[in-house]
Design a protein around this ligand. Structure first.
Ligand code: G3I
Ligand code: 9MR
Ligand code: ZN
Length: 433
């Protein structure tokens, strides 16, 4: 539901959005940065507390929902979650993901490459989405962006095939076209142009996105070229690509590869990937065992630390199942409890749940309405104190207490679609066990 309430470009009627209802926003054509060209890239999800729409984090959020659906298909099959699409014969989680995918398809250039984001030049003030009327700027194509797009479009082919063959095929064709772009273009990460001051999501390396896309495309098509690409990326990578975050996404690819029949995988690749998953799970377990609250951040609580907590839990759950190790699974559950209140601040980091919960998030609709949208996971403690408010009130605090429930503090009290997605996965696990 949080993702539904982040929808851009369509009316959100009171029937589904309650006080957060608003008319369609950001319908204006976007101008391709540095040109006079304009393009319709309306739709998708607002990223976070701002109204930017960014392919890289959007793909991460889509991937989190799709692996939850893959792993808990029965449990997440509900077609009655209170969306406009409820009752259409398609599980609502897929309907919600489709809303982002339809937008992402617009972000693909005719040459197969994918544009990085669409935002204003600057962040808007404290306004409702319909009141952000500044010109929308479409930034250039980047290869990590194109790789993440190819990966989630191929994953979406697999997910939608039973429900909408035509849409599934549309996703796959877009994924294959994006792959051809990657074959013909060397690594080219994204950086903001100087005058563009909105979110950047800079990602220099595209090895992990290519790795992930190759695995997803092979699973979708069975074409040798994709599994060959996967193996050669793995062979030439110094480390097995890792992560579930917006910048490092390799684990999404590893899970797919390890799910393939051993008649198509290579024993030494499987071993190398499994050993890497085990080594990182052992490191997380070691940190969890020595941490007062059982999480695995050590002393570094980065921006979006609650996302890292959830992503580490996903890794531990996956490793627990893959390697039949309950210690990993139990540690994952401690990560879950931390999010919901077993932490140094005894706060439930999900808005609207529990007795002590954030009510002043850095989320423009909540700030304008003076009412915090429920069901949002806040970024959480950030020991790097990355905004003026945090620096003013949190200096000297221990890392796990570097959190303030204040709407000015975007570096610890914002919300994003790709912080909710790993939480969604964990809740599906807990509900399903
Ligand atoms: O990973 C390094 C770590 O190795 C290092 O020790 C540490 C200390 O310097 O920095 C870590 O990098 C951090 C990076 O996120 C990790 O991905 C940076 O400090 C931190 O500044 C960076 O923050 C990002 C933030 O934008 C600022 O760029 C967040 O990940 C990202 O979630 C956030 O995204 C924003 C969008 O731009 C706009 N929309 C809201 C959204 C959430 O706040
Ligand atoms: O609202 C913006 C939030 O989404 C970003 O994560 C954050 C850091 O990039 O910036 C926020 O916008 C602030 C801007 O950076 C500085 N002026 C105040 C803006 C609202 O807090
Ligand atoms: Zn919008």
């Amino acid at each position: 539901k949080m993702l539904y309430l982040q929808r851009c470009g369509s009316d959100l009627p009171e029937e589904y959005a309650g006080v957060f209802a608003h008319e369609a926003c950001h319908l204006q054509l976007a101008t391709l940065f540095g040109t006079e060209e304009t393009k319709d890239v309306s739709g998708g999800w607002h990223d976070a507390g701002d109204y930017g729409r960014y392919v890289v984090p959007g793909a991460t959020a889509v991937a989190g929902l799709l692996i939850a659906y893959e792993d808990y298909t029965e449990l997440l099959g509900s077609d009655a979650l209170g969306l406009p699409e409820s009752g259409n014969g398609v599980p609502d989680v897929l309907d919600e993901v489709r809303y982002e995918l339809e937008w992402m398809l617009k972000m693909q250039n005719d040459n197969g490459g994918v544009h990085h984001k669409v935002t204003g030049l600057i962040f808007p003030g404290e306004v409702m989405p319909t009141d952000e009327t500044q010109e929308m700027i479409l930034t250039r194509i980047a290869t990590p962006t194109t790789g993440a797009f190819a990966a989630v479009m191929a994953m979406s082919y697999t997910a939608y095939l039973p429900y909408d063959k035509a849409f599934a095929q549309k996703c796959l064709s877009a994924a294959e076209k994006a792959w051809v772009y990657l074959e013909n273009n060397k690594e080219n990460g994204f950086r903001n142009p100087t005058v563009v001051l909105t979110g950047e999501y800079p990602d220099k390396y595209d090895t992990d996105e290519r790795y992930w896309a190759a695995a997803a495309l092979y699973r979708a098509t069975g074409k040798k070229k994709y599994i060959n690409a996967f193996e050669s990326i793995l062979d030439s990578a110094a480390k097995v690509p890792f992560g579930y975050g917006w910048d490092n996404v390799g684990d999404f690819g590893s899970r797919i590869y390890l799910s393939l029949d051993d008649s198509v995988t290579k024993a030494d690749s499987v071993k190398r990937i499994k050993d890497d998953i085990r080594d990182r799970a052992d490191e997380m377990l070691g940190l969890s065992v020595s941490d007062g609250y059982g999480i695995s951040l050590g002393m570094e609580y980065p921006w979006g630390s609650n996302m890292t907590v959830c992503n580490n839990a996903i890794h531990l759950l996956y490793a627990g199942k893959l390697l039949s190790n309950d210690a990993y699974t139990n540690a994952a559950l401690r990560h879950y409890h931390y999010i919901f209140g077993a932490n140094p601040l005894s706060i439930c980091y999900v808005t609207g749940f529990g007795t002590h919960t954030p009510d002043s998030t850095h989320h423009r609709p909540s700030m304008v309405l003076g009412q915090t949208m429920p069901g949002m996971l806040v970024g959480g403690p950030n020991s790097n104190l990355e905004d003026p408010y945090a620096r003013a009130v949190l200096s000297g605090m221990p890392p796990a207490k570097c959190y303030a429930d204040n709407s000015q503090s975007y570096s610890c009290n914002e919300v994003t679609v790709y912080w909710n997605s790993p939480l969604f996965y964990l809740m599906a696990y807990v509900l399903g066990e």
